[in-house]
Design a protein around this ligand. Structure first.
Ligand code: MG
Length: 340
């Protein structure tokens, strides 16, 4: 198998602010895996939160020797070998995993969701993310998000209430809230979540820092809406210790090393009776379409990263009346825009 990769800078429609950072451009990496004249596409969207950058992704990919493997169907073996190169590097590993799945689907002529025995009729609605901003910009974003019925609102800053009030004055849509570890004490988090419940918020993601599990467990006993782990959960082995503190987990391919492990995480979380959200970073249609292949299995989808950028080099999964539309195209169902 031949592996090639090239940087891909994703341009954001609006600067994207969450509790810890603001971004205008998101550096991503396009990965191509070629064998028998078929090219599988993958993507790494590295997150500084997890110690990755375009540079670390390139460095990691350079250490992979796929010439050792002749058969892309040997996913377990290939990914174990890639995983053992170094700890972390979740998005770089995910890029290889996605490209392998895309290749296999193309080789067999079927979409990946079908390979897993799933039904595209069961694909869920996806939320649309509203980053932290001034009330004026949030009002503009709400207009742009008119088509979307579920909004995921970023909070975790001093003026959280103002953000939610601005949105609630305009719309009664379903709201999910993501604090991105922004609330620093359990008392602050409790106070805010009880207020958010009164605003009809459906769930709260990562209220406190990733390792504050005792405080989050304390919080969980006192609130009435689900608490979903995001920064607290990276990979499969994180799940058992989280089941006391959270009601569910947000699985992202870029954290967990790809589709292969995400599928294991979905079934493990179900065994712990936890809710499952399938989320994303800011990604092109490659990463989003790859995650969407598993969406018929989850409770909540938050797969909108490609909708926040203006220069997506690919077409892939789309939304119709909020529902993710999985195509019958083989692999992860994407094709380059330039080759239309
Ligand atoms: Mg989150």
């Amino acid at each position: 198998m031949k592996l090639t990769f090239q940087p891909m800078d994703l341009q954001l429609l609006h600067p994207f602010t969450i509790s810890r950072s603001t971004k205008k451009i998101v550096p991503s990496m396009l990965v191509m895996l070629e064998q028998d004249g078929i090219v599988g596409y993958g993507e790494a969207s590295p997150s500084e939160r997890y110690g990755e950058s375009q540079g670390t992704v390139a460095g990691f990919l350079q250490r992979i020797d796929l010439m050792l493997f002749q058969d892309p169907f040997q996913i377990e073996k290939i990914l174990n070998s890639v995983d053992q190169i170094a700890v972390g590097n979740g998005s770089a590993k995910a890029a290889i995993d996605i490209a392998l799945h895309d290749w296999i689907g193309k080789r067999l002529g079927i979409p990946v969701w079908k390979l897993f025995g799933l039904s595209k009729d069961n694909a869920p609605q996806s939320s649309f993310t509203i980053g932290i901003d001034s009330p004026g910009v949030i009002e503009q974003k709400l207009q742009e998000a008119e088509l979307y019925q579920i909004l995921k609102v970023k909070v975790g800053v001093p003026d959280d209430r103002e953000i939610i009030q601005t949105i609630r004055q305009q719309t009664g849509k379903i709201l999910r809230v993501d604090a991105n570890e922004g609330w620093k004490s359990k008392e602050e988090a409790l106070d805010k979540i009880l207020w958010l419940e009164e605003q009809g918020v459906e769930l709260v993601e990562q209220p406190m820092p990733a390792n504050a599990l005792e405080q989050i467990a304390w919080l969980r006993e006192r609130v009435h809406i689900p608490l979903i782990a995001d920064e607290s959960v990276l990979r499969l082995t994180d799940i058992p210790t989280l089941s006391n503190a959270f009601d569910g987990i947000n699985i992202k391919l870029m954290k967990c090393s790809g589709i292969h492990e995400a599928l294991k995480m979905i079934h493990t979380a179900k065994a712990f009776n936890m809710k499952i959200m399938l989320g994303c970073m800011i990604e092109s249609s490659i990463g989003i379409s790859a995650a969407a292949q598993l969406s018929p299995l989850v409770d909540y989808a938050d797969l909108d990263g490609n909708l926040l950028i203006t220069n997506d080099p690919f077409y892939g999964v789309t939304l119709a009346e909020e529902k993710l539309v999985l195509s019958d195209n083989p692999g992860i169902g994407i094709h380059p825009r330039a080759h239309e």
